[in-house]
Design a binder for this molecule. Structure first.
Ligand code: G3P
Ligand code: CA
Length: 265
């Protein structure tokens, strides 16, 4: 964000960690972001059959693990149909590159401890909340237990979802938390959502200078103008384009490329 007299530079967020360079949504991918000098990372949270919160993007384990080899008879390999112990056996790194063999699907608890250890900040996405009733309360409980809902940590955390209902629930449970809606709401939706979101996080190809200005003109629940973090921007030309739209954040698989394009971190 900008203050008077400062040059405005967007926050760069490493999407699923530095996911162009290490397997997405693993501890390796947030370690890689930290090594590249990035503070902000993004992840995706879902729930196992026995109620453990885990960090993975797809609702199936198929794309990003070796589940087909380990549990061949269990297609379509939905996260919600596997226990935490079963998921802990899977390799979540080999699909990306052999050097990452043995990388695991992290539990949210393991993940939050590594984010803390790395001194990173997090955009936590609640993925497919309709599959996981009560997941908002469960995530907030874990975040509270791990110390992430205290004063020193609230500024390092954003909770986002494509589900407005899920984001509204999070805001109602913990009003001090910064929240984001994933999508490009119309102006009338924006005035409704502004009661429970601080940020609008749209796909980069759905926005314009005018749209970002319209979002900035609305105040969120904490009395500050709504912000905009655009995703997923993986090349220099697109980074410069959305920077020209005056976005507040850029979510990217290649944080180094965005930093080089914008001269920002
Ligand atoms: O953070 C924005 C982005 O992650 C939303 O899309 O599918 O990558 O979770 P997706
Ligand atoms: Ca995501």
């Amino acid at each position: 964000g900008a203050r008077a007299g400062e040059i405005r530079t967007p926050t760069v967020v490493a999407h699923r960690g530095a996911s162009a360079y290490a397997p997405e949504n693993t501890l390796a991918s947030i370690d890689k972001a930290a090594r590249l000098g990035f503070t902000w990372v993004e992840n995706d949270v879902q729930r196992t059959k026995d109620g453990e919160l885990v960090v993975i993007h797809d609702d199936s384990l198929e794309r990003t693990t070796n589940v087909e080899d380990v549990f061949p008879g269990r297609a379509p390999w939905k996260v919600k149909d596997f226990t935490a112990a079963e998921i802990a056996r899977l390799d979540a790194g080999s699909w990306f590159a052999p050097v990452y063999a043995g990388t695991r699907v992290p539990t949210l608890e393991q993940y939050m401890r590594r984010v803390e250890h790395n001194h990173e900040s997090l955009v936590l996405e609640i993925k497919n909340p309709e599959l996981y009733p009560g997941i908002e309360q469960q995530i907030l409980k874990l975040l509270g237990n791990e110390g992430w809902l205290g004063r020193g940590h609230l500024g390092r955390l954003v909770v986002q979802s494509f589900s407005a209902d899920s984001v509204r629930t999070v805001h109602e449970l913990k009003p001090a938390l910064t929240t984001a809606y994933l999508g490009t709401p119309s102006l009338s939706q924006l005035h409704d959502y502004a009661r429970f979101i601080d940020l609008v996080n749209p796909s980069y190809d759905t926005i314009s200078l005018r749209y970002v200005a319209a979002v900035h003109a609305v105040d969120g629940p904490h009395g500050r103008p709504l912000g905009v973090f655009a995703w997923t921007v993986n090349d220099a030309a697109t980074a410069r384009k959305v920077d020209g739209y005056k976005v507040d954040g850029v979510i990217t698989n290649k944080p180094d490329v965005v930093r080089a394009a914008l001269g920002s971190g």
